[in-house]
Design a protein around this ligand. Structure first.
Ligand SMILES: [Mg+2]
Length: 358
C-alpha cells in the first residue's frame, strides 16, 4: 500500500450560530480537506482549519505547505512505514502544524485501514464512546445563559464557557450561568489568553469564594507567559489547563517542569497531528498530568481523528470535541456518530469517513 496521490480541496460549512472568543468571531467552518489515495485504491482523509490567530496558518498557507513542501516527499512511500512517513512530515518544514496534522491523520487513517481496524483500536484503545462538552460563545450575559440552557436541553452535561474580555463582567457571566444551570453541570472556563495573571487570580478566587465550582480554567494568560501561568496555577484551587501554551511535546515538558499548569489541552492542529500528540500523552502520563483533547473550528474529519486519539489514551480524561455540533450540516458520510454530547466510535476501519456529500 503505497502513497500514490495527495489532493487538497476546500469545505465551507455554515455554523449554527457565530463562534465568538476573546480572540475572534467566526461564521463558518472554512477548512482545507485532503485525500490521500494509495496505489491499491484505498483513500485516507485529513482536514486542517486555517486558524491564523492561534497557529498563524491561512487557507493559502495550508494548501501551499501541503502541496509544495509536505506531499512531494511522501509519494511512493509504504503506508506501513509509519515512522518514516511521520519523520518526513515533521521535518518537511518548521511550524505549519495544521497542514502537517491534515496529512498525518490521513496517513493514520490509511494505516488503520491496512490493519482492518478502527484507528482508536490500532492506537491501543478500547473506549467505544466518549463525552464532549459544548462551547458557549462569549456574548451578553442573558444570551450566554439562554445558550447554556439550550445546550442542557440538548443533553450536554459539560459546558465550555468562553470569556476573557472583561474581568468583572466575566465573573457575572459565570455566576449567572452557574445559577441558571444548577450545581450538577460541569463548567469549563476558557479565557483564551484574555486576562493578565493578576486579573486571573482575582477573578478565579472571587468565583471560588462565591462557591462557584469550575472543572477547570483554560489558558487564562498569554500563551508565552509561562511565569504568569505558573503564578495563576499556584495561587488558585481550580485546575488550570494550558492550551495555546502547549503546541509540541517539548512545550509539554516545559509547562509541566515549571508547574505552569495542572492540565494540558492537546489539539492535533497545534501538535502537527497524532504522532506528536502521542508523545505529549506519554510525557503527561509520566508526570500524572491529565489531558483534554480539543479542536479548533473543525468539521467531522479532523474531529474524528481527535476523537480516535481520545478514545485510545487513558491519560485523556476530558474531550472538547464539539466542532460537528456547531456545524449546521454534516457534509460527510461515515465516521464516529456525534449525537449531542455522545461521540460513538465507528466500527469500520480507520477514521471511518467514507466520503463527502458535496
Ligand atoms: Mg482554548
Amino acid at each position: 500500500m503505497k502513497i500514490a496521490k495527495i489532493e487538497t480541496a476546500e469545505v465551507n460549512i455554515p455554523l449554527v450560530t457565530p463562534f465568538k472568543t476573546a480572540l475572534r468571531t467566526v461564521n463558518s467552518v472554512n477548512d482545507i480537506v485532503i485525500r490521500i489515495t494509495t496505489d491499491d485504491g484505498q483513500i485516507g482523509y485529513g482536514e486542517a482549519p486555517p486558524t491564523a490567530v492561534i497557529t498563524g496558518e491561512t487557507k493559502d498557507s495550508v494548501r501551499c505547505a501541503i502541496e509544495e513542501f509536505i506531499a512531494p516527499g511522501l509519494i511512493g512511500m509504504e503506508i506501513e512505514n509509519l515512522e518514516g512517513i511521520m519523520g518526513k512530515i515533521q521535518t518537511s518544514m518548521v511550524k505549519n502544524t495544521s497542514a502537517k496534522a491534515a496529512v498525518d491523520m490521513a496517513v493514520y487513517d490509511l494505516f488503520a485501514k491496512s490493519c482492518g481496524k478502527p484507528l482508536y483500536k490500532v492506537l491501543g484503545g478500547s473506549k467505544g464512546e466518549i463525552e464532549t462538552d459544548l462551547t458557549i460563545s462569549v456574548n451578553e450575559t442573558e444570551e450566554m445563559v439562554k445558550d447554556s440552557l439550550l445546550a442542557i436541553q440538548q443533553g450536554f452535561r459539560i459546558l465550555k464557557i468562553k470569556v476573557g474580555k472583561e474581568g468583572q463582567k466575566d465573573v457575572e457571566r459565570i455566576k449567572a450561568i452557574r445559577q441558571a444551570v444548577g450545581p450538577h453541570i460541569k463548567l469549563r472556563i476558557d479565557a483564551n489568553q484574555g486576562w493578565t495573571a493578576k486579573d486571573a487570580v482575582r477573578i478565579i478566587r472571587k468565583l471560588e469564594d462565591m462557591g462557584i465550582d469550575m472543572d477547570l480554567v483554560e489558558q487564562p494568560v498569554n500563551a508565552h507567559d509561562f511565569e504568569g501561568m505558573r503564578q495563576v496555577t499556584s495561587q488558585v484551587d481550580t485546575p488550570i489547563l494550558a492550551d495555546e501554551s502547549v503546541f509540541s511535546a517539548l512545550d509539554a515538558i516545559h509547562i509541566i517542569r515549571e508547574r505552569a499548569a495542572d492540565l494540558i489541552n492537546i489539539k492535533l492542529m497545534k501538535s502537527g497531528g497524532i504522532y506528536e500528540a502521542l508523545k505529549i500523552c506519554a510525557i503527561a502520563e509520566c508526570w500524572g498530568v491529565e489531558c483534554m483533547v480539543g479542536c479548533m473550528l473543525e468539521s467531522k474529519i479532523a474531529v474524528s481523528a481527535a476523537a480516535h486519539l481520545a478514545a485510545a489514551k487513558g491519560i485523556i480524561t476530558r474531550a472538547d470535541l464539539d466542532g460537528p455540533s456547531l456545524c449546521s450540516v454534516d457534509p460527510y458520510t461515515g465516521g464516529p456518530s456525534f449525537l449531542g454530547p455522545r461521540i460513538i466510535m465507528n466500527r469500520e476501519p480507520g477514521l471511518g469517513i467514507i466520503g463527502m456529500n458535496q
